[in-house]
Design a protein around this ligand. Structure first.
Ligand code: SF4
Ligand code: SF4
Length: 406
């Protein structure tokens, strides 16, 4: 694509970069076929090629963003599907990031939109604000239909149930199971840890099981992607993360920074580019970007072990007159489920299993004499025994309950 930037414009490193990206585009249009917004809306300006033309026009003429540019760039999802399709290697991401920043600084949005964007930029990257905001949104759920415009949509989107904060997201070190193969830092993120804390918990379990010592570094948090994609300042978040992980590199070394959110991974891998002209951070940012790995990349390196099904161990209980009875019933029962069947706390698991096993036996009709169990030297025993409170363990021929048919 031909560009017409002046020499004065090209003195700016960002404009020079934009010029390089624009010149790589041969406007072949391959990218449009894979752009979800183009496929949905069918408008050339809602496809990557159309957006590139809009951005070129805005940057080349150094003009403030118009409502039309803002509308079509806002509709871009930053899915980067177009980048994987482009045969010329056009770095659409860096171009659209520049355009968003220019829109944010030169285009005046309606007041309600400005307020909403400001609110989201403040709340989403901070879990301690996002959680109460979700609780407040939950309270307004019944009013979702009567609230105006986007407020109603936001209220309707509030989750019905909010998980409790996970202890995994606190600064700490999770030791590797077995021999340590790698030491990795985990990005615990921001909004994800509020709405789906189980993702970080599962990541820690997976990595430790594969021999990784997992570090949740103090001071690390939001990657900055949320505000970056709004065209706002994201460098403060990036610098905080870089500082936190650089400290960990100095303290115990890091083999990787594991990221389980693809959008955050893209941002962290771009820290080196974002801070390339910052004297104090350029080197450290490049180091962090080089260490950043999606959890799937990390698992490819580690090699995924065959999955193991684990039974939750029940906590030891005090001996009671019922314990020998439980053991006997467990021995006579069908195989216990391979996962915790009660989903209760480990302390109550034994009781729940015992009840299920007992119910299974009681359902079996007519009762059959149990065979000798390797666990029980006394055999055979009468299964009716489990219904009585007096004759557990009594040989079958001595079981009075059985003969009474109770
Ligand atoms: S596929 Fe690449 S070269 Fe072709 S129009 Fe899209 S961005 Fe330009
Ligand atoms: S990043 Fe934007 S332009 Fe590219 S494919 Fe996704 S929605 Fe389309």
């Amino acid at each position: 694509m031909q560009t017409h930037f002046s020499l004065a414009q090209l003195a700016d490193p960002d404009t020079r970069e934009a010029d390089k990206i624009l010149r790589a585009c041969v406007h072949c249009g391959f990218c449009t076929a894979t752009c979800p917004t183009y496929v949905l809306l069918g408008d050339e300006l809602d496809g990557p090629r159309g957006r590139i033309y809009l951005m070129k026009d805005m940057l080349e003429n150094s003009r403030p963003a118009s409502a039309q540019v803002a509308k079509h760039i806002d509709r871009c999802l930053s899915c980067l599907s177009c980048m994987t399709t482009c045969p010329s290697g056009v770095h659409y991401m860096h171009l659209v990031d520049q355009a968003r920043h220019r829109i944010e600084t030169t285009f005046k949005r309606p007041l309600a939109e400005r307020w909403l964007r400001g609110f989201l930029a403040l709340v989403l990257p901070r879990p301690w604000l996002f959680r109460p905001a979700l609780v407040a949104a939950w309270l307004t759920r019944p009013l979702a239909k009567v609230l105006p415009g986007r407020l109603g949509t936001l209220a309707a989107l509030a989750p019905k149930r909010l998980p409790s904060p996970s202890t995994v997201d606190r600064p700490q070190v999770f030791p590797a199971e077995g021999a340590r193969r790698k030491r990795v830092a985990l990005l615990t993120g921001c909004a994800q840890q509020v709405v789906a804390p189980q993702i970080n918990e599962a990541t820690v379990r997976l990595l430790t099981r594969h021999g990784c010592e997992v570090v949740v570094a103090r001071g690390a948090g939001c990657c900055g992607g949320l505000t970056h994609h709004m065209g706002r300042d994201s460098l403060s978040f990036a610098k905080a993360n870089i500082d936190a992980w650089t400290r960990e590199v100095a303290a115990g070394g890091l083999d990787a920074i594991a990221i389980n959110t693809s959008g955050c991974g893209v941002t962290i891998k771009d820290y080196g580019y974002m801070l390339r002209s910052d004297g104090a951070y350029a080197k450290k940012a490049a180091q962090v970007s080089a260490l950043a790995k999606d959890v799937s990349e990390l698992m490819t390196e580690l090699g995924l072990d065959a999955p193991t099904v684990r039974r939750r161990r029940c906590s030891p209980r005090p001996a009671s007159p019922w314990s020998s009875r439980r053991k006997r019933i467990s021995a006579a029962a069908p195989p216990a489920p391979t996962t915790c069947c009660s989903r209760k706390s480990p302390g109550s698991c034994a009781t729940a299993r015992w009840r299920i096993s007992r119910a299974r036996i009681l359902r079996s009709s007519p009762p059959a004499m149990s065979a000798a169990s390797p666990r029980s030297p006394r055999a055979p025993t009468c299964p009716w025994c489990i219904r009585s409170s007096c004759s557990i363990g009594r040989p079958a021929d001595k079981c009075q309950r059985r003969w009474r048919g109770t």
